[in-house]
Ligand binder design. Structure first.
Ligand SMILES: [Zn+2]
Length: 353
């Protein structure tokens, strides 16, 4: 019988898997990109489409049960980078609507400001929740609560107070999308967390950093100290797949202190922009997605998606929401449990992991 406490023991038996699992190569990276990120391009593990560590565990008897006897899980998440379209988006969207003779869309993209902030095309949370509800799914929305960003001012979280209430009232999650400067700064994370909690009127447990900026193992330690329950930043900005070979949530291991960090990492597997950067057509994107769904389902894992909210209403990225809906439909048919990050966290706790 495989006891959850034996997980580390099983991975340690294989040095290659242990190094992959702990992200050893990220402790002293030879190279980072201009945003300070460790990329897939720099990794010695190019076999990123195989969840090698999870497979090893499953082969050794690791088992997970999901609610209602479901066979695998999908964790649905959304980074909320934009609430008001930047000028470039407005230009591209209006041009696209115009070319398609979509005058309703054209009007919405051009004149929303006349009708108030909440008429912004990117103020679309209820529509996204309606779509997910059709498939019995729920998701997490990660909001920015910082006022400093390398690019420009994005939005005031205080403007969204009513909307945040409506999101949690429906049973969806509001989490923190840590700002560009937050991932290695405990005080900054605490400031942003407190600001979001002030507006929300309740505790926040879920986290993903903007730009996927992340430092192994420091970010995990900081997030634990800040009181988060889980993080879902660990995925590559330049590749889909399994950054540490896991398609199951796990407690990260800190090689410097030789201890587990008391936070749950729910590894991010597919991000919208990354996926579409990798392929030449919608069909290719769909093929890759189906492959990842099957891989995770075979391991009884958790497929974590990150679909930015603005991309549901970007006419110039018209096929992106279509791929999201097809994924929900496919996973629904395959009998997945589709949940928010917070629900995954609660389920892992409930199962004593
Ligand atoms: Zn972001």
């Amino acid at each position: 019988m495989f006891h959850p406490n034996d997980t580390l023991q099983h991975i340690r038996q294989n040095k290659g898997l242990w190094d992959l699992y702990t992200r050893k190569e990220e402790y002293s990276p030879r190279q980072l990109d201009r945003y300070g990120r460790f990329l897939y391009a720099y990794s010695t593990n190019q076999d990123v489409l195989e969840p090698r560590v999870s497979k090893h565990l499953v082969d050794n008897g690791y088992e997970i049960e999901y609610p209602d006897g479901k066979q695998f899980a999908v964790c649905l998440t959304h980074d909320v980078d934009e609430i008001y379209p930047p000028r470039k988006h407005t230009l591209l969207s209006t041009l696209t609507c115009f070319k398609r003779l979509d005058f309703g869309g054209f009007k919405q993209q051009t004149f929303w400001k006349l009708h108030g902030k909440e008429k912004s095309p990117y103020w679309n949370f209820q529509g996204i929740m309606d779509l997910e509800e059709k498939y019995g799914a729920r998701s997490s929305f990660y909001f920015l609560a910082t006022d400093s960003d390398i690019r420009r001012f994005r939005y005031n979280i205080e403007d969204l107070e009513g909307e945040l209430g409506r999101i949690v009232d429906r049973g969806w999650e509001v989490g923190l999308h840590g700002g560009y400067y937050a991932y290695n700064d405990l005080e900054e994370i605490l400031r942003e967390k407190e600001r979001l909690e002030q507006v929300l009127g309740r505790r926040v447990t879920g986290y993903r950093n903007h730009y996927l900026r992340f430092c192994v193992p420091d970010s995990w330690e900081i997030l634990e100290k800040a009181g988060f329950g889980y993080d879902t930043t660990l995925g590559y900005p330049d590749m889909v797949g399994f950054r540490n070979g896991m398609c199951h949530p796990f407690r990260p291991y800190n090689l410097r202190t030789d201890t587990e960090v008391s936070i749950l990492e729910v590894p991010m597997i597919i991000m919208d922009g990354t996926l579409f950067d990798l392929v030449r057509s919608y069909d290719e994107a769909w093929e890759m997605t189906k492959r990842l769904i099957d891989t995770v389902a075979d391991c009884q894992g958790v497929l974590t998606l990150n679909w930015h909210t603005n991309n549901f209403n970007c006419p110039f990225r018209g096929s992106w929401p279509r791929l999201y809906e097809n994924t929900l439909e496919q996973c629904y048919r395959k009998g997945a449990w589709m949940a928010s990050g917070n629900e995954v966290l609660r389920w892992w706790h409930y199962n004593g992991r």
